[in-house]
Design a protein around this ligand. Structure first.
Ligand SMILES: NC(=O)c1ccc[n+]([C@@H]2O[C@H](COP(=O)([O-])OP(=O)(O)OC[C@H]3O[C@@H](n4cnc5c(N)ncnc54)[C@H](OP(=O)(O)O)[C@@H]3O)[C@@H](O)[C@H]2O)c1
Length: 263
């Protein structure tokens, strides 16, 4: 029987690209998202990852239909930007619910099934987890949470045969940029200009970023490895950034980020 992989956020961007490449390699793919993916080769179960019941229902439906889950890829995610004190409380809750709680919900509900198959989890964090971006503090916090959660879970599951890995993409050209919720009140004399400059710079990088297909190809290679890395990124530039982060003193590192994204 085909290997069964469940991808959250398989309706768009990175999740859709991974789903399509895996289908072409002969995997059976379920997308858990709110919208149906445009590609009919993907099985679809409507799911809001922020709601535990919705996730539980979706995963047990997969088990009822095909009897097993060999892998989970958590790609569902949203972005927000703005000064922390300008972010509406409901936007803060929403991003924590989707990006962090959503990832936790899916992992927690899937683990009993993954223990059966000795399967794997790939959680999609972001390079922002290593490069805390001003005016994206909430997004950064969720993605750092996803990374550390994944590392802790990796060791928790090690003796039980479930492999856990965390993908930390850099800038990728997807709908993510246009879907970002922005807290940019009019006439903000304190943060307005710095916020706009920072977000504009970051969004330029995203629109000139890598294709979701490149990210998907690298992810497919990791899936087929026996020993998955604890974390991985794609592209020489981002690998170099992560290396430099490890060797540069923290105060200097933060000053560089300040000059790039907060002046
Ligand atoms: N693009 C980048 O530059 C970049 C860089 C680093 C990391 N990432 C991360 O990569 C992941 C994928 O992003 P992307 O660039 O592919 O963005 P995207 O094209 O906007 O896709 C986001 C996906 O998340 C799903 N989603 C959002 N809220 C959901 C919810 N409550 N329940 C279930 N699914 C939900 C969306 O599906 P529905 O709307 O159908 O629900 C969609 O399929 C995200 O976690 C993002 O943080 C992106």
């Amino acid at each position: 029987m085909k290997k069964v992989i469940v991808i959250t956020g398989g309706s768009s961007g990175i999740g859709l690209a991974i789903a399509q490449q895996l289908v072409e390699k002969g995997y059976l793919i379920y997308s858990l998202s709110r919208e149906k993916p445009s590609d009919d080769r993907l099985k679809f179960i409507a799911c809001n990852v922020a709601e535990r019941d919705s996730v539980y229902f979706a995963l047990t439906t997969v088990i009822d239909e095909v009897g097993k889950i060999d892998g989970i890829i958590n790609s569902a995610g949203i972005g927000i930007s703005g000064a922390v004190e300008r972010e509406p409380a409901e936007d803060i809750e929403r991003i924590l619910d989707v990006n962090l709680l959503g990832t936790i919900n899916v992992c927690a509900c899937a683990l009993p099934f993954l223990r059966e198959t000795k399967g794997f989890i790939i959680n999609i964090s972001s390079i922002a987890a290593d490069f805390p971006l001003p005016f994206q503090a909430l997004y950064t916090a969720t993605k750092a949470g996803v990374k550390e959660f994944s590392l802790a879970l990796r060791n928790e599951m090690r003796p039980l045969g479930v492999r856990v890995s965390c993908l930390m993409p850099g800038d990728v050209k997807t709908n993510f940029t246009k879907n970002r919720t922005k807290a940019e009140p009019e006439h903000d004399e304190i943060y307005g200009e710095r916020n706009k400059r920072s977000v504009m710079r970051m969004e330029q990088d995203e629109t000139n970023g890598m294709s979701a297909h490149e990210i998907a190809a690298a992810t497919c290679k990791v899936i087929e490895k026996k020993n998955m890395p604890a974390t991985f990124t794609v592209g020489a530039k981002y690998k170099l950034f992560r290396f430099l982060k490890r060797i540069v003193p923290e105060s200097l590192f933060l000053k560089i980020l300040y000059n790039m994204y907060a002046k």
